[in-house]
Design a protein around this ligand. Structure first.
Ligand SMILES: [Ca+2]
Ligand SMILES: [Ca+2]
Length: 468
């Protein structure tokens, strides 16, 4: 039975709720130390297969899940570029790919004229009096040569992950997968975790920034055998896919990564889908173990109550969805990432479904730390969300494949527009796998118009495919 509430009481009740929200935000801000330590955990090529995002029924990530339980889990976080190098440049510079012109392996951060004088945030934090430590994959090797050493006062040693003498499953070695006989202690990622944990237990006379960049689950998917044993091959569950999924997309050819990734037809023909899925799951659980080592170091040391922990991945990963492997698409499998921020002043066990981007990290750090203003940043500070402001609205998040192929993700929709004007629209409220392209249905015109206005201007180009 509905209770009849007079307008006066309704106004009073609403005011009380608003007051409680405002008080919660103020309280959170008061609990946050003025210059917290910052622990950043970067994971290479980790898609949304973590326990708390519930996107794969078998994946085991107890440590990442525990971190989420300590803070705020962003359930709708996306990258701005579709693979490692440009995604990291965008995240580190606070500039969108459409501004920097960095969509590919080249130009590197130091080669892009648009980024001259644009300091990556580790360097900016160093200038704000932070003691900075960074190790592993933070900048993209090859495209960020020397930038880790240049941007951090201290480089955390890590080493490479070992590879077997001969390929196990796939002739292209960079894309091979399978168990290796080595122990954790032979893995570069694990050594980075151990060393980061050791550093976290020490005392410092300045606030610190510590960044650990893990390389798995980037290919090759070689990790110690015990992680494969967690996922017996015959029981591995494949992602939910539809064979006709590409029939309603304007550019199915975008699903063919032009590099070393396997072709879906070949994977099916050789019956390797389960084996690859097992290797990806094993690699995720291995990296989760590394995350656990780092967090144990934080918890056992003196900095637990004064450190904000930020975990993110540089993009997602297709595992056969839309007949595609790896990245470089404008679909959810490529753009969505795990993102967690936890620490003092951030309410434990909370989630946020607002669309957010890696581009937001830099302005958020500036707001958390204060100090000098850096160059103009294009993201949005997530501080109101960290403070529990449930009314805060973030504009749609943009991902760019090239200068003329973009996606916008709002709370409920994904809109894609390619250079030839062709479109896709997905309603995530009832189509989380993006099976049904609604772009041709005029009933959705107003949604398309709204999201297309959020996209960068595209120059009308010839009818070319995105990878011409
Ligand atoms: Ca990557
Ligand atoms: Ca479809």
């Amino acid at each position: 039975m509905m209770l009849a509430i007079s307008p006066r009481w309704r106004i009073l009740l609403c005011s009380l709720i608003l007051l409680l929200i405002a008080e919660k935000s103020t309280r959170a801000a008061e609990e946050r130390p003025p210059r917290p330590n910052l622990l950043v955990i970067a994971i290479d090529d980790l898609n949304d297969w973590i326990g708390v995002l519930n996107e794969h029924p078998q994946v085991q990530t107890p440590n990442i899940d525990k971190l989420a339980a300590r803070g705020l889990l962003f359930t709708n976080a996306h990258v701005q570029a579709t693979f490692c190098a440009p995604s990291r440049i965008s995240m580190l510079s606070g500039r969108l790919p459409t501004t920097s012109g960095c969509f590919e392996f080249r130009p590197r951060y130091d080669q892009a004229e648009t980024l001259q004088g644009v300091e990556p945030w580790p360097m900016w934090l160093g200038k704000q009096g932070y003691q900075t430590f960074g190790g592993g994959k933070i900048f993209h090797e090859g495209t960020g040569a020397g930038w880790t050493a240049k941007s951090f006062a201290n480089v955390i040693p890590s080493g490479r992950n070992p590879r077997p003498a001969e390929p196990i499953h796939w002739p292209v070695r960079v894309w091979d997968w399978g168990p290796i006989p080595n122990p954790d202690s032979a893995m570069g990622d694990y050594n980075l975790a151990v060393e980061t944990a050791r550093l976290l237990k020490q005392d410092y006379d300045q606030p610190f920034l510590m960044v650990a960049g893990f390389r798995r689950p980037h290919v090759p998917l070689h990790v110690p055998e015990k992680y494969f044993e967690t996922y017996p091959l015959e029981k591995v569950i494949l992602p939910e896919v539809r064979e006709d999924d590409l029939d309603d997309v304007p550019h199915p050819e975008v699903a063919l990564t032009p590099h070393a990734a396997p072709n879906h037809a070949e994977i099916l023909e050789k019956d390797l889908w389960k084996s690859l899925t097992q290797a990806y799951l094993a690699s995720i659980t291995f990296v989760d173990h590394c995350v656990g080592e780092v967090l144990a170091g934080l918890d056992e040391g003196p900095h637990r109550d004064n450190t904000i922990v930020i975990l993110w991945s540089d993009h997602g990963f297709h595992m056969g969805e839309k007949q595609h492997w790896a990245k470089r698409t404008l679909w959810e499998e490529t753009t969505r990432i795990p993102m967690i921020i936890a620490g003092p002043g951030i309410e434990a066990g909370t989630t946020c479904a607002e669309p957010v981007g890696l581009i937001d990290l830099y302005p958020t750090l500036v707001d958390l730390v204060g100090g000098d203003q850096p160059h103009e940043l294009e993201g949005v500070s997530l501080l109101p969300l960290l403070d529990g402001d449930s009314k805060f609205r973030h504009p749609p998040v943009i991902t760019s494949l090239t200068s003329n192929d973009h996606a916008a993700r709002s709370r409920d929709f994904r809109y894609i527009r390619y250079r030839d004007g062709s479109e896709e629209l997905y309603d995530h409220r009832n189509d989380p796998h993006e099976f049904n392209n609604l772009a041709g249905d005029s009933r959705w015109d107003s949604v398309k118009t709204e999201l297309s206005q959020a996209l960068p201007m595209s120059s009308p180009g010839p009818n070319k495919t995105p990878q011409d």
